[in-house]
Design a protein around this ligand. Structure first.
Ligand SMILES: NC(=O)c1ccc[n+]([C@@H]2O[C@H](COP(=O)([O-])OP(=O)(O)OC[C@H]3O[C@@H](n4cnc5c(N)ncnc54)[C@H](OP(=O)(O)O)[C@@H]3O)[C@@H](O)[C@H]2O)c1
Length: 298
């Protein structure tokens, strides 16, 4: 977990929280998991560790070797197995590797994701995250969901106390509105917001606008629409051919072009797709292509 604070003019790098440089295409580890049913769609269970653990560990190591610096997981992914997998693959974390995890969603069964924001529970889950990740400080800890039954100040306050104790470097929020973000900021500085956002789903445009230029990273989840934008006949394929890139790279390049504080975290079970996705950092769209994609893919 890095301590490099050198300012960078490299547009492929974002300074998370102002002091933690990460490459702007990260890796989302959520689907390195198993469970009954379809593993790819929105109803995927994400319940147990992946059956082929060695392949998952290899993939994470390939990601780090290929230059991924921001790894995204959560305590809720396979009941902590996602965090354990990251430690197995990457501990001791080299300089330049930043791990983001999340607390605040409880999994009573494979089909349920229930917000639970009691401050004592958030603390417990952060402590478990530290153990599973085998680290003394979590680089970025998100509140996975706000719990409407607990005051925002108490939930964010729990994360702030962990930050004051040196157990958390930066605090993030997930699936929040501008109003919720503003309320949370009254309690603690927020370094990142992770919301559902991609070419086809832009409901969180106000949050993109609000976080822009304020040093807050916007981390879009489902950046390639769960694979929907990666296919050869998908909605971005024509522009992809024009720019000489793959559809997945083009969908990610659209997000990177949208604003310099956007850090997509595509998921994949394939080393080839992972390396391909990092190539989005080298894809340049014209303003016309950017606008056409926004118009045609919605
Ligand atoms: N905060 C939240 O509430 C929340 C919710 C959901 C997800 N997330 C985070 O967001 C991350 C990304 O989400 P996601 O993985 O569900 O969706 P995604 O990144 O939009 O799409 C992943 C899917 O796209 C396919 N894909 C990726 N790159 C490809 C390529 N180059 N060519 C062809 N297919 C490609 C993958 O299949 P292959 O395996 O075949 O490559 C996989 O099925 C998660 O891992 C998680 O960390 C957060």
């Amino acid at each position: 977990m890095t301590n490099n604070t050198t300012p960078s003019t490299d547009t492929t790098i974002f300074q998370l929280g102002g002091d933690l440089p990460v490459r702007r295409v990260g890796y989302g580890t959520m689907r390195l998991a198993d469970g009954p049913g379809d593993p790819t769609g929105p109803e995927a269970r994400i319940w147990t560790a992946p059956a082929d653990r060695a392949a998952a560990v290899d993939l994470l190591r390939t990601a780090a070797e290929a230059g991924v610096t921001l790894f995204d997981t959560a305590d809720a992914y396979a009941l902590g197995a996602g965090e354990e997998l990251l430690a197995e693959a990457l501990h001791p974390y080299g300089d330049g590797v930043a791990v983001a995890t999340k607390v605040g969603v409880v999994r009573p069964s494979p089909t349920e994701w229930v917000p639970l924001g009691h401050p004592a529970y958030l603390r417990q889950q952060a402590e478990l995250g530290l153990r599973r990740l085998r680290t003394e400080r979590i680089d970025l800890l998100y509140l996975h969901r706000l719990d409407e039954n607990v005051p925002v100040a108490e939930q964010v306050g729990a994360l702030k106390r962990l930050q004051e104790e040196g157990k958390v470097r930066h605090i993030g929020l997930s699936e929040v509105t501008v109003e919720q973000l503003t309320e949370a900021e009254a309690t603690a500085p927020i370094a990142a917001v992770q919301n559902l956002y991609n070419l086809a789903t832009r409901d969180h445009e106000p949050v993109v606008e609000h976080t822009a230029g304020r040093g807050i990273a916007f981390v879009p989840f489902f950046p390639v629409a769960m694979g929907g934008h990666a296919g050869p006949d998908g909605p971005v394929a024509r522009v992809a051919r024009e720019v000489g890139a793959t559809p997945s790279q083009t969908a990610l390049a659209w997000l990177l072009h949208r604003a310099p504080h956007i850090l997509p975290i595509p998921g994949t079970s394939s080393a080839a797709h992972l390396v391909e996705n990092l190539g989005a950092l080298d894809v340049a769209l014209t303003e016309e292509q950017f606008a056409r994609l926004a118009r045609e893919v919605s």
